[in-house]
Design a protein around this ligand. Structure first.
Ligand SMILES: CC(C)(COP(=O)(O)OP(=O)(O)OC[C@H]1O[C@@H](n2cnc3c(N)ncnc32)[C@H](O)[C@@H]1OP(=O)(O)O)[C@@H](O)C(=O)NCCC(=O)NCCS
Length: 194
């Protein structure tokens, strides 16, 4: 993996790599969306909702990004650099021979239904599948009840691979998850990982 990018641009969005300078915006984002997103999240530690806690988390993320085990993006409108609109994380990045990562994402409840997450994810996935990162597969696991998220993954071309029973502890119980994945386009089955 070549050196980390600090930003990505899309038609409407400015994506900034996770780093401690985004702590206030990240804290504000999680506070605003604590209730709306509670249904889809594992239990959150109190540090998610303080600027100091976010500074520490984002510093750890920046280290992991530098080490090549994480990609973390925060979404902004170009003319509103203090208000985060969402986040996208590729975690558990495994190198050859797996070349796989786990995808997580969320957008501010006020910005749902505008195609912004799809726009951001298209750019993030294109980057993840290019030579800079070199992933061959991205997995996303979703509760069957999360129809917005499943529709988004369908639009992006993710394939459903099965149902994992009682997979994650979310919103007070172990919840089933639909397992989905997207494979890098143009990577033949017999091409070895690099
Ligand atoms: C899952 C989640 C990211 C989906 O967000 P979203 O805004 O619905 O997704 P998209 O970016 O694909 O936007 C699609 C919607 O924008 C609309 N849209 C408006 N303008 C658009 C444009 N220019 N381009 C594309 N779509 C546009 C589409 O019609 C669609 O609306 P609809 O679903 O009402 O038909 C969001 O619901 C969320 O953050 N949920 C809480 C956290 C969560 O569940 N995370 C995932 C856990 S697995």
């Amino acid at each position: 993996m070549t050196p980390a990018l600090s930003e990505l641009r899309t038609e409407r969005l400015w994506l900034r790599a996770s780093n401690p300078a985004l702590a206030d915006a990240a804290c504000d984002y999680y506070r605003r969306n604590r209730e709306p997103h509670a249904r889809w999240n594992p239990p959150q530690p109190a540090s998610m909702f303080t600027a100091e806690g976010q500074r520490e988390r984002l510093a750890a993320s920046a280290d992991a990004i530098a080490a090549g085990t994480l990609i973390g993006w925060w979404l902004f409108l170009p003319d509103a650099p203090d208000r985060a609109l969402g986040q996208i994380h590729l975690s558990q990045m495994a190198r050859a021979p797996f070349c796989n990562a786990m995808l997580g994402y969320s957008i501010d409840a006020a910005n749902e239904g505008q195609g912004l997450m799809r726009e951001a994810l298209a750019a993030v996935l294109a980057d993840a599948f290019n030579e800079r990162v070199g992933l061959r597969r991205v997995q996303a696991n979703v509760r069957p009840e999360n129809t917005r998220s499943l529709a988004l993954l369908d639009r992006l071309g993710f394939e459903r691979e099965g149902l994992a029973r009682e997979y994650l502890f979310i919103d007070g119980a172990w919840r089933d998850h639909v397992l989905t994945a997207l494979r890098a386009p143009g990577w033949p089955a017999d091409r070895a990982p690099t």
